[in-house]
Design a protein around this ligand. Sequence first.
Ligand code: UD1
Ligand code: MG
Length: 453
Amino acid sequence: MERTCLAVVLAAGDSTRMKSSMSKVLHPVGRRPMIAHVMEAIARADISTAALVVGRDADGVTAAARIDGMKVDAYLQTERLGTGHAVLAAREAIAAGYDDILIAYGDVPLITEAPLRAARQGLADGNDVVVIGFHTERPTGYGRLLVKDGELIAIREEKDATDAERRVNWCNSGLMAINGRKALDLLDRIGNDNAKGEYYLTDVVQIARSLGGQAVAVDASETELTGCNNRAELAVIERLWQERRRHELMISGVTMIAPETVFLAYDTVIGQDVVIEPNVFFGPGAVVESGAVIHSFSHIERSRIGAGAEIGPFARLRPGAELAANSKVGNFCEVKNSKVGEGAKVNHLTYIGDATIGAHANIGAGTITCNYDGVNKFETHIGAGSFIGSNSSLVAPVSIGENAYVASGSVITADVPAEALALGRARQEVKPGRATVIRERALAMKAAKNAKE
Ligand code: UD1
Ligand code: MG
């Protein structure tokens, strides 16, 4: 039978060093709150029930933690009396009875499912406590894992450690799994007789052993156990997250010429054979289908770029931009809430908002859909195969029929039928010799002025 598991996630963290009006675990990594990343790793380890220990911003933190498929109950820790005390805030959930209790931190967002699974496997193998540790060159500040003959004897906090113990470089990440049938008994025995006067969760190791149980440590990478205490660390975590995600995408068949300059969101989807040039930013909700090319300095959010389409350099796709296969949105173009048809081209200096553009239409340089009257938004429909001359303003609501022509420089305020030509500009007049007259008059004026001075 499958073992049942409750994840206890500590998110009552001390956010003071973030210097923020918002709880630490709500700060985003890859455009998503840190806490949601932790919950995602837990979900991937096939755990679907979590007890969230919250302090500040309880409602916001709980909402952010409620990812799909995860049942989350929140428990308030009113006083911060230590990690052991924090876990016991979820007493009621733990008491419901699980085979495994997995403890995770809300401010360790790079955690992946692998060490969580390894920790649970350690319980299945008969251990009462399995601690997730990491090796580091800079162990200062962390609890040290004291191991003998493969067994974890104790975790010694920095402040309570001897010099010899401080030289140990295998450290406690804080994440651990505890035998769920014994967890409450073990946790209730934790005291606060130590250098900090806190209830140390880490004491469960010695407590479990004193009751005849066994504890072990499993190893994970220092990178994925990086915690966040201030905004400088947040930036480090963001960098590590971006590196990991880019790597996954490149391995899955995406070309990035300068990957370190491409910024992804947690839900960015990019198909095979897509080429991304340097300096591209993805906000949430971007989907890029296979073979598309994203030229430099493009900014994309809540948009879909069809197979073989091309955008940029300097293209901005705002929410609701949907580019069909093989379409093009070129330099200094902005597309918002609009569909660009298959093979259609919007190549230069254009704003397309609340519009539909039919297949193979050509939108000339400087075309603007005037979609807003200062109060309401209106739609523009541009038929397949039509040609919009450069520097035209299409004043919505307005429709241009299939295969129609709009003359350059037009201001189009009325619908244009299919196959028609529309001119919405003053007719050109040519006055022969008139330039000479104007120039001579100007020169004479200047000469008269100079003579006076
Ligand atoms: C803890 C571990 C230490 C480990 C380190 C890893 C203990 C006693 N020590 O130390 O062995 O190497 O984490 O980062 O567990 N929290 C609460 N409520 C509290 C206290 C803490 O929610 O009352 C949360 C914090 O917000 C944080 C986590 O628990 O997310 C760890 O607490 P912190 O005070 O940072 O513990 P450390 O001293 O760093
Ligand atoms: Mg800490």
